[in-house]
Design a protein around this ligand. Structure first.
Ligand code: 13P
Ligand code: SF4
Length: 322
């Protein structure tokens, strides 16, 4: 039996991927569940998902699903967002420890103190933050709508932008607005080495460098295109270039290759030449854990009601302004 094998051998995906795929699809029907996956998930999770997307697309899907159960193959703040949008649904996260270094870089108590120093400022927070930070914010944004949202704010309205300083700096440049930045960052996007990216470009002069705005300026200044994961994917499809150096988590390359198999996608190298451009949080989820989460209906996302209610308003505002 599959279940017995799973409890005895935690690493069975390579032995029976077809069985796991079938078992997950059966559970999906039984539970009336939808599987939402971020592009940074393992390829097999992406392949079984009902919807794969960036943070904005996943929130939009979560807001409109009529499934009873949402299985969120992503990290904690993403599953929390789905729960905030669907307080009465069961929201499952395959690994409860799938967190986010960027969300962790903005602790609620310190942020409350920071916010108090800037009265009259509107708080725009990147969706990569905890529900507590969302509850203290006026509007949430993602990497695909941050510029659009800031551009809708009256020019005389001062703004705090949290928690990602790199995205904040990029948005400030694009909008010409001065933003008060919280100094948070993502360990994955800050790991790329400018020197090695430039060396790679010398070896592949035909390749376009494309980057996620969570990267540092030293990388962004070499990019011919900057955008969210969905935007990068779309850009690779429509660009006439046949090769790309991709400065974001390499999970996205699975979809890039599927959608443009004739093109070459080279992951941008990082400082230590290790696998540290793979998000250690995202990669905690596996197909086996996804199966077990559906089978046992846990780990479940549960939030205090007051936080859930306070965090809903800024998320809804984002969905209206996107
Ligand atoms: P997007 O999904 O907005 O592209 O952001 C990437 C990311 O780092 C998610 O954790
Ligand atoms: Fe967080 Fe960075 Fe991982 Fe995204 S890639 S989940 S921002 S640590």
């Amino acid at each position: 039996m599959l279940t017995t094998v799973l409890t005895q051998n935690r690493n069975v995906a390579h032995l029976m991927p077809d069985d796991l795929f079938t078992a997950i699809n059966d559970l999906k029907r039984e539970l009336n569940a939808v599987i939402l996956a971020h592009y940074y998930q393992d390829p097999d999770i992406q392949d079984i998902a009902d919807y794969i997307g960036d943070s904005l697309g996943l929130s939009q899907q979560a807001a409109q699903t009529d499934a009873d159960v949402i299985v969120f193959a992503g990290v904690h703040f993403m599953a929390e967002t789905a729960k905030i949008l669907n307080p009465d649904k069961l929201v499952l996260l395959p690994d409860r420890d799938a967190g986010c270094s960027l969300a962790d870089s903005c602790p609620p108590q310190e942020f409350a103190h920071f916010k108090a120093q800037y009265p009259n400022h509107l708080v725009i927070s990147y969706i990569n933050c905890t529900a507590e930070i969302k509850a203290m914010s006026d509007i949430i944004c993602t990497s695909s709508n941050a510029v659009k949202i800031v551009n809708q704010i009256p020019l005389d309205q001062p703004i705090i932008f949290a928690p990602d300083r790199n995205l904040g700096r990029y948005v400030s440049e694009q909008t010409g607005r001065e933003l008060v930045l919280w100094q948070g960052s993502c360990i994955v996007h800050e790991t790329f080495s400018e020197r090695q990216v430039v060396q790679l470009k010398i070896v592949h002069p035909e390749a376009e460098i494309i980057a996620h705005p969570e990267c540092e300026t030293s990388i962004l200044r070499h990019a011919s295109y900057i955008g969210s994961t969905t935007a990068l994917l779309k850009y690779c499809q429509k660009s006439p270039s046949q090769a790309f150096i991709v400065a974001t988590e390499p999970g996205i390359i699975h979809q890039m290759q599927k959608e443009a198999p004739q093109k070459q996608f080279i992951p941008a190298p990082n400082i230590n030449n290790c696998a540290c451009n793979e998000c250690p949080h995202m990669r905690l989820n596996t197909l086996e854990k996804l199966y077990l989460a559906m089978k046992h209906q846990k780990p479940e996302i549960i939030l205090p009601e007051a936080i859930q209610k306070a965090a809903l308003r800024p998320i809804q505002k984002m969905l209206e302004m996107s």
